[in-house]
Design a protein around this ligand. Structure first.
Ligand code: IYR
Length: 223
C-alpha cells in the first residue's frame, strides 16, 4: 500500500444565484408552511408508494454536507415483505423488554402522550422502511470518518424533509437497541444502525397527538 495522499480536487466556480428579497421571503415562508404540516405517523396504509420517489429523496439526503466530505452514510431501502417482517419481529423483541422494565418510569411517562408500546405493526404495514446506517470509518479502519453523528443527522433531516415535501409520511423510529438491523440487513462491521424510517401514506383516519411546536421566541435567541 502506498502512503501517497490523493491530490486535492481542482476548484470551480460556485454558481450561486442571488434571489430578490421578496422571492427569498416567499420561499422561506412556503418552506415553513410545508414543514409545519410534517408529523410523525404511527398508522400507515399498506398502499404501495412510488419507490422511485423515495430513491430521489435518498439522493437528496446524500447531498448533505459531511465531515471532510466522507459521506459516512448508507441508506437501506427495504420493501421486501419477508425482510420487513424480520425487522418487525426483532424490533418487537427489543421493545418488549424496553417497555417491560428496561426503560426508567420517567421515560415511560414521558412517552405516554404518544401512546407508544412494544407493538410495531407499522414496520410491516408501511410499504417501505429506510434503515439509515452511520459509517464509523471507511472500508478499512485507516480510512477515518469525522463528525459522523452530525453528518448522518443532517442527511437524515434532509431525507425526512424531502419525503414530506414529496407527499410521503415517515416515522423517526429508534428501536432500542437496534443492533439487529445490521444483522438482518447484513451490513458490514463499519456500519452502525442510526435510525429506522417507515415510509408510506398515513392509514385512513390516522390520528396524531394534538401537540404544538415551540414558538419562535422560545427557540430563537437574538444577540
Ligand atoms: N424506541 C421506543 C421508545 C420510544 C422512545 C422515544 I425518546 C420516542 O420518542 C418514541 C418511542 C419505541 O419506538 O416505542
Amino acid at each position: 500500500m502506498s502512503d501517497e495522499r490523493p491530490s486535492p480536487p481542482p476548484m470551480r466556480p460556485l454558481g450561486f444565484e442571488r434571489l430578490p428579497e421578496d422571492a427569498m421571503r416567499e420561499r422561506a415562508t412556503h418552506f415553513l408552511e410545508t414543514m409545519r404540516t410534517r408529523r410523525s405517523v404511527r398508522q400507515f396504509s399498506d398502499a404501495p408508494i412510488p419507490l422511485g420517489v423515495v430513491e430521489r429523496c435518498i439522493e437528496a439526503a446524500a447531498q448533505a454536507p459531511s465531515g471532510a466530505h466522507k459521506q459516512p452514510w448508507t441508506f437501506v431501502l427495504v420493501s421486501d415483505p419477508a425482510t420487513k417482517r424480520a425487522i418487525r419481529e426483532a424490533a418487537e423483541e427489543e421493545e418488549r423488554t424496553f417497555y417491560g422494565g428496561r426503560a426508567p418510569d420517567r421515560w415511560l411517562s414521558d412517552l405516554e402522550p404518544f401512546g407508544t408500546d412494544w407493538e410495531k405493526p407499522y414496520l410491516e404495514h408501511a410499504p417501505a422502511l429506510i434503515a439509515v446506517f452511520a459509517q464509523r470509518h471507511g472500508a478499512t479502519k485507516e480510512e477515518r470518518h469525522y463528525y459522523v453523528n452530525e453528518s448522518v443527522g443532517i442527511a437524515t433531516g434532509f431525507l425526512i424533509a424531502g419525503l414530506h415535501h414529496a407527499g410521503l409520511a415517515t416515522l423517526t423510529h429508534t428501536p432500542s437497541p437496534m443492533g439487529f438491523l445490521a444483522e438482518v440487513l447484513e451490513r458490514p462491521a463499519n456500519e452502525r444502525p442510526y435510525l429506522l424510517l417507515p415510509v408510506g401514506y398515513p392509514a385512513e383516519g390516522c390520528e396524531v397527538p394534538d401537540i404544538e411546536r415551540k414558538p419562535l421566541d422560545e427557540v430563537l435567541v437574538r444577540r
